[in-house]
Design a binder for this molecule. Structure first.
Ligand code: NAP
Length: 262
């Protein structure tokens, strides 16, 4: 990321806590000015004041509920028109309440608006702007459960699979135009994600839980290494490459005039 976005500033959604807050801290240390987005204005301002004091970087706050069309439009317009923006981190997200049928239908609507609609809107706004300038990077926070929907809430896993597919597809479309795209697939990460829906992270074995700061540092390493998909906890990258190779091997047989004989 240091190459093409070195002197740019970064807009981080979900910057008031957890993974987004860790991004904000580490981006400022790396020399990026910041625009911090989330709903809790007071919390964002406190983070902005502290980060600005500690790093000397300019940190701006944009309080927005990204499930509200008017708020989303404001952030989208900022992404589309801010010529100094070189990096978008789409981190704001909301989890479910237990198994699929335990969550009320309205919760899925709100999750879709935040996890899918807002992320897609901001991704396309940034992609257009960055292609126009010939440079920039977009980091989309997906989840490891995008790869194993059988192990978690189906609605949430499907939304995170959307984020993964959007990022991979767009990387193929515009990757050659100087724009970097990265889907980050965290496993279990110690944040407020579980508290917000009344779940207890204490039920999860400690050896499965990553600290947000460690996750983000590893995500930067993946971005710097040119990864489109980063799974920070995966020891052997060959395991992911084998999955991708198997997927692409299907390619020639996905589009035939005649149904297969089987
Ligand atoms: P978190 O600590 O709960 O942070 C969520 C962030 O999203 C907060 O900054 C929150 O701020 C913001 N947000 C929530 N609703 C919003 C809305 N309507 N409009 C704007 N901002 C909103 O959880 P986290 O773990 O850091 O989550 C970050 C991302 O990581 C999410 O996309 C999540 O799906 C993903 N993820 C998390 C884990 C995990 O184990 N923690 C694993 C895989 C993926 P406000 O309340 O101030 O709005």
């Amino acid at each position: 990321m240091r190459h093409d976005t070195a002197h740019s500033h970064a807009l981080v959604t979900g910057a008031s806590s957890g993974i987004g807050a860790a991004y904000a801290e580490q981006l400022a240390v790396r020399g990026h000015g910041l625009i911090l987005v989330a709903r809790d204005a007071a919390r964002l301002q406190a983070a902005a004041d502290r980060i600005g004091r500690e790093t000397g970087m300019t940190v701006e706050v944009m309080a927005a509920d990204l499930t509200r069309p008017a708020d989303l439009a404001l952030v989208r317009d900022r992404v589309a028109t801010d010529a100094g923006l070189g990096l978008l981190v789409n981190c704001a997200g909301l989890g479910p309440l237990g198994p699929s049928l335990d969550s009320p239908a309205e919760l899925y609507d709100g999750m879709l608006d935040l996890n899918v609609r807002a992320l897609q809107t901001l991704t396309f706004a940034a992609a257009r702007a960055f292609v126009g300038r010939g440079g920039g990077a977009i980091v989309n926070v997906s989840s490891a459960v995008a790869l194993i929907p059988e192990r978690f809430n189906a609605g949430y896993a499907a939304q995170k699979a959307f984020v993964l597919a959007l990022t991979q597809g767009l990387a193929a479309e515009i990757g050659g135009k100087g724009v970097r795209l990265q889907a980050l697939l965290p496993g279990v990460t110690r944040t407020e994600f579980f508290d917000r829906v009344g779940a207890d992270i204490g039920q999860i074995p400690p050896e499965m839980i990553m600290e947000a700061g460690d996750l983000v540092a590893a995500a930067f390493a993946g971005l710097d290494a040119g990864e489109t998909v980063t799974i920070c906890s995966l020891p052997d990258i060959a395991d992911w490459q084998a999955v991708e190779a198997a997927r692409f091997r299907l390619g020639p047989n996905l589009f035939h005039r005649v149904p297969a004989g089987r």
